[in-house]
Each structure stands twice: as C-alpha cells, then as structure tokens.
Ligand binder design. Structure first.
Ligand code: UDP
Ligand code: MG
Length: 320
C-alpha cells in the first residue's frame, strides 16, 4: 500500500507551475538538442513544468520529432497549426494553451539559451511579473542584421508612445496575470514584445548573450523582417500618418518661397524658370504623395484585417 502511494506521488503532476513555449518552423536539426537542454535545466528546478511546442506549419520532420518527444515524455505538448501562421502568432497560441503560473517564451533554435531560465524564475519569485531577457551581445549574426536591428529598436523607441525595451526579443517570462491579459488581446498583426510592454505590470530585465543558431538557417528573410517592423510601428504609433501633415506644410511653405523667387527672377533678370525644374517638382510631389498613399494603405489594410476578424490561427491537432 505504502509503495503505491509513493508511486502515485511520483506521477507527473497535471497542472504545471511553468510552461515553456517554443514556436517551431522547420527546426528538425535543433529540436532534439533543444529538448535535452530544456529538460536538463527544468529538472533542476524540481517544480512541475510543461514544454509546449507550436508547430507553425513545418515542412520538414519537425512534427515527427515532436510527436516522438510527446509519446516518450508526457510533459511535452504539441499544438499543430494547419499551415504557417508566423512566429508571433505561434507565440500567441502558446499563451492560449499554456497552463503554468509562469510562462517562458523562447526560440527553438537555441539562440535563447535555456540556462537563463533559472534567473528569469528567480526574478519572478521576487515579485516581477514580466522578466524580459535583454541581449548584451549577439553572436553569429550578420553585420547587416545587427545594424538593421539597432536602427529598428531606436526608431521604434522614437516614434511609439510605449516603452519597448531595447535589444529584447521574445525571450521572456510572463506571470499568469499578464498572460491572461495578453490572451484577451486578439489583434491580427501582433508585435508580442510591444504588447507585453504595453500591458504594464512590474517589468524587469535580465541580460544575456544571444547565441548562434545551433543549426539550420534563419526563418526571417528580409521581407519578413520588413513586415515585422511595419507591424511594430503601425501597432504602436500614428506618427507615419501624421508625417503627411508635416510634409504638406513644409512643401506648401517651400512653394511660397519658390513663387517669390520666380517672380523676382522674372522681373529683374528676365529669366524664366525652365521645364526641367517643373518636371522635377512634379515627380517629387508625385513621389511624396504615393509614399503617403502607401502609408495610408498599410494602416487601411490592417483595419480591414481587424474588421474581418478571422481567427488568428487554425489548429489541426493538439497532442495533450
Ligand atoms: N518561427 C516560427 N514561424 C515562422 C518563423 C520562425 O515559428 O514563420 C520560429 C523558429 O522556428 C524559431 C523562432 O521562431 O524557433 C525564431 O525564428 P528564427 O530563429 O528564424 O529568427 P531569428 O532568430 O533569425 O530572428
Ligand atoms: Mg533564431
């Protein structure tokens, strides 16, 4: 009898204290290593946890590997999307399904070292509600990525009204209360690190060195990075829309000066401002107008997406 009750106590506890959420898109090479590193770290913490893997429409053997992990380890749960919905949406699904009191989000490519997790947890236990991991160094990134990332964070800082901490990715710990708040926000174009700053609560930073990707290549080609930046900016700022007004005033002012100069030249030197300058001005103004139409389009398209209110993602199956 005694031994039975001991065994029952050793059964995995159903409700985990920690949920580790990792989005996965074609990560067949990294997944087994990722699993091992996570398990090693989390078993040292001794409290129950779950590892929630979101398969974001992988086309390689990732799903197979996740299925295997799930069959051998009941702490692994898998959410399988019907197609690729994107990194930020995959994270959101992770928050929807997570059961833990604290949710830790990190990439599956081991660029966010799991060894930082105990530090995130320590801060949480001291009362922090959002503990974000801030990169002190980025290893193995191209000069181009470093430069664009730097420019991006500085631009976002300048033109948005909220305080999105510099050089942070999605690697962070969120308290249950923060998760509940984020889960209620169903906007389509999601910039999760912005949203998790926007909600407030007690936010703290832990610094770490971002590692090189273990294997495989980045799933963020340039066009995705551009869309991602646009989501960040349109999601948290109206400055691009307001720029049209500023430009309008500046150009109207400049044209007044231009008129005075043209009249002056005509009266006192007889010179006529020629065809070339007219052409240049027309093209210049046309260009500016098209740019602002494009900016309007960015916002308009997003409004349209919100109005249609399609689901954020579609799940094919859940391995509980
Ligand atoms: N990812 C995803 N869906 C995507 C693109 C990426 O789930 O459409 C995952 C990817 O598997 C990885 C994480 O998001 O776990 C970060 O992607 P990646 O490492 O390619 O981005 P980078 O670190 O190069 O910015
Ligand atoms: Mg990566």
């Amino acid at each position: 009898m005694q031994s039975v009750s001991v065994e029952a106590a050793e059964q995995p506890v159903l409700r985990p204290v920690y949920s580790i959420v990792a989005p996965v898109f074609n990560e067949e090479e990294t997944l087994p290593h990722f699993y091992k590193r996570i398990i090693t770290i989390m078993e040292q913490i001794t409290e129950p946890f779950e590892l929630l893997l979101i398969n974001d429409g992988s086309r390689d053997a990732s799903l197979q590997i996740m299925q295997n992990l799930h069959e051998h380890d009941p702490r692994v749960r898998v959410i399988d999307f019907s197609r690729n919905f994107g990194h930020q949406v995959a994270i959101s699904a992770g928050l929807d399904y997570a059961q833990g009191d604290a949710v830790i989000i990190l990439d599956a490519d081991l660029q966010d070292p799991p060894e930082v997790i105990p530090e995130l947890i320590a801060r949480w236990k001291d009362g922090a509600e959002v503990v974000y991991a801030q990169r002190s160094k980025r290893l193995g990134e191209t000069g181009f990525k470093l430069l664009t990332a730097k420019l991006f964070y500085r631009l976002v800082e300048r033109i948005t009204s909220i305080d999105i901490p510099r050089d942070t990715g999605d690697f962070r710990l969120l308290d249950r209360q923060v998760v509940e708040t984020l889960v209620k926000m169903r906007e389509q174009h999601r910039f999760m690190r912005g949203l998790s700053a926007w909600v407030g609560f007690r936010q703290e930073a832990v610094s770490y060195e971002r590692q090189e990707r273990l294997a495989g290549t980045t799933k963020y080609p340039l066009y995705k990075m551009i869309r991602f930046s646009l989501d960040a900016i349109t999601g948290f700022s109206h400055v691009p829309l307001q720029l049209a007004t500023t430009f309008g005033f500046l150009l109207a002012g400049a044209s007044l000066i231009g008129i005075v100069i043209a009249v002056f030249l005509r009266l006192f030197t007889g010179a006529i401002v020629g065809q070339a300058s007219t052409l240049i001005l027309v093209l210049f103004l046309g260009g500016i107008q098209l740019i602002f139409l494009g900016i309007l389009g960015e916002y308009l398209g997003r409004i349209y997406d919100e109005v249609r209110a399609r689901p954020l993602y579609i799940v094919r199956k859940v391995l509980e």
